[in-house]
Ligand binder design. Structure first.
Ligand SMILES: C[S@@+](CC[C@H](N)C(=O)[O-])C[C@H]1O[C@@H](n2cnc3c(N)ncnc32)[C@H](O)[C@@H]1O
Length: 556
């Protein structure tokens, strides 16, 4: 790095720090203002240098410029002779004015405006776009904004983005119109789009409109941004139609230039994969090899969303001190953090034998009746009104506002989110619940489907065995079904847990296979809706029959 570039970068970093400090975290969130750390920007530009032809003359562009982390790295890594032009766009003058001052001596064309309102160049379009777009979630975009962005993206990339897509998806697809044919683009984005519905159009774009060359996923444990908790990925592609039988490099962990794992995956296979992150992790099981899933055995639901846990869930002493009517109080489990046991025993009345005894206040009586019949409870709800709990999102959509959902106690629960910890390979825990306690939405509830219910009725000790077998589902396969956030926080939605393999249950309890066999009706024909699903279910039924006959003969 030349001495003058080094000085410029030091000035830029100092400016970045000061400018960030002048804004609150909420303000920076609104425009996704989380700058790229310099080592990461350098690594990205070093990677680009190794992956573009030597004679390629660069027309650089960063449409979310900030103070210019990538531009600075570009100047450090490429000789001046390789850079034909450079441009940037920045919406916020707070960063933009300072960036103009910083780069005044360099041949940078910086526009202080909205990327989506900026005039598209008619010639000499950029041929290298490097960008860390703002990570603004969809609920911060108004309906009007979304409509405008969808129109622009529709014209630029011939696709309509899902309404749940974050601003970074619009940036990525809209930039298609800006990039020169045969030009390259490198995007530092949240990896979430790889695994969720709103990412479908983004993945289709990457597989059909451009040649996707490399996808690198950072290990979520190593958050890339000190100040924003997102798990990040880098996309590297060329604007040209993908060749036949194209193969994409997928890497994971380490850095872009020195990843821990690198795999080549046929684009056709990516086109079929629902979740790309699984592909890069080499975790989880082969879908085809799984004969039975948890969703075949259990109805899986999220626990109760109360609307305000600290108001509707009370320590049992407190509920009794307030003389709240017994019939509206239901035992509820504390959050997993405070639940030491994994087997919850119940007393003679079914109350859970645990240290932290909590009760859910669940009353659906209309206000007029409530006031007349239960004045103490009425008084308590007045406190809720003072605290404006009736105006929270969930309560304001319920009538009366204090009413609660109904969930019966589930015999099995799984924690909804968790991290790998010291000596804790699996971020998720299964709980066996013999009590009548219900659970809030920090848990997933597993209710046995009818045929599994039969097995449980006939085999009194089966609950424990089933719970033990649930605990044997590999951490990898649960993690692969769910999603991961920055800092290594894993989450599982009911549908994702339902998709996890239940083979461990069949292996641990061979007798279960005969019950599963007899439930072929509800497993394989009842819920099938599309022709594809029917076909898949039939295939799975066949495999299961084969496996069951193997399992039965082995146990004889
Ligand atoms: C994640 S930061 C990246 C900044 C810088 N390129 C870097 O890598 O450090 C995103 C930047 O985009 C800017 N931005 C947000 N919305 C924009 C828009 N519609 N047009 C142009 N810039 C925008 C933000 O103000 C912020 O500076």
């Amino acid at each position: 790095m030349s001495a003058s570039n080094h000085l410029l970068e030091l000035n830029r970093l100092e400016a970045q720090e000061k400018l960030d400090a002048q804004k609150s975290h909420t303000e920076r969130n609104r425009l996704g203002q989380f700058a790229t750390p310099p080592p990461l920007a350098s690594d990205i530009l070093a990677f680009i240098k190794n992956n573009i032809p030597e004679k390629f003359k660069i027309r650089f562009m960063d449409p979310a410029f900030g103070t210019g982390a990538f531009y600075s790295a570009l100047l450090n890594i490429f000789p001046k002779s390789r850079i034909e032009s450079a441009s940037g766009i920045e919406i916020d003058p707070h960063y933009g004015y300072r960036a103009e001052e910083l780069w005044t001596q360099s041949p940078l064309n910086l526009r202080l405006e909205d990327f989506f309102a900026s005039r598209l160049p008619s010639k000499n379009k950029p041929n290298l776009i490097v960008c860390n777009p703002p990570y603004v979630r969809h609920h911060h975009l108004s309906i009007k904004q979304k409509e405008k962005l969808q129109r622009l993206v529709g014209a630029a990339a011939m696709t309509r983005l899902n309404g749940l897509a974050g601003l970074y998806c619009y940036f990525l697809l809209y930039a298609h119109a800006w990039l020169e044919e045969d030009g390259y683009a490198c995007w530092l984005v949240p990896s979430e789009f790889m695994d969720v519905n709103y990412g479908t159009e983004v993945k289709e774009y990457l597989l059909s409109k451009v040649t996707l060359l490399r996808v690198h996923r950072f290990d979520a444990i190593n958050v890339q941004f000190d100040d924003a908790l997102v798990s990040s990925a880098i996309l590297w592609f060329k604007k040209s139609a993908p060749p036949l039988n194209h193969v994409v490099e997928f890497s994971f962990g380490g850095t872009l230039t020195k990843p821990e794992i690198i795999q080549s995956i046929p684009a056709i296979q990516l086109g079929k994969a629902a979740k790309w992150s699984r592909t890069a992790l080499r975790e989880g099981k082969d879908e085809e090899n799984t004969s039975i899933r948890l969703g075949d055995l259990f109805e899986i639901k999220r626990g109760l969303a109360t609307g305000a846990n600290d108001f509707f869930i009370l320590p049992s002493d407190e509920a009794h001190r307030l003389k709240l009517p017994e019939k509206f109080l239901i035992p509820i489990l504390p959050s997993p953090r405070y639940l030491k046991q994994e087997v919850i025993e119940g007393d003679a009345k079914g109350n859970p034998l645990i240290d932290q005894k909590l009760l859910l206040l669940s009353c659906n009586l209309p206000e007029s009746e409530l006031k007349r019949l239960h004045p103490k409870l009425w008084d308590y709800y007045q406190i809720g009104l003072d605290r404006k709990i009736n105006e929270t999102y969930i309560c304001s959509h319920r009538s009366p506002w204090y009413s609660q959902e109904f969930r019966s106690p589930a015999p099995f629960l799984c924690t909804y989110m968790g991290r790998h910890g010291a000596g804790k390979e699996n971020p998720f825990r299964f709980i066996l619940n013999y009590s009548k306690a219900v659970a809030a939405n920090v848990y997933l509830l597993l209710y046995p489907k009818p045929s599994l219910g039969w097995y449980i009725k006939e085999s009194p000790d089966s609950l424990k065995k089933i719970w033990e077998a649930l605990g044997r589902i590999s951490a990898g396969s649960l993690v692969a079904e769910g999603r991961v956030y920055g800092g290594g926080l894993h989450k599982l939605e009911p549908k994702e847990l339902a998709n996890a393999s239940a083979d461990s249950l069949l292996q641990s309890i061979p007798r279960l296979s005969s019950y599963v066999d007899s439930q072929e009706y509800d497993l394989f024909s009842n819920a099938a809706s599309t022709v594809g699903e029917v076909r898949n279910k039939k295939k799975r039924a066949k495999r299961l029959r084969r496996q069951n006959s193997g399992a039965t003969s082995k146990t004889k």
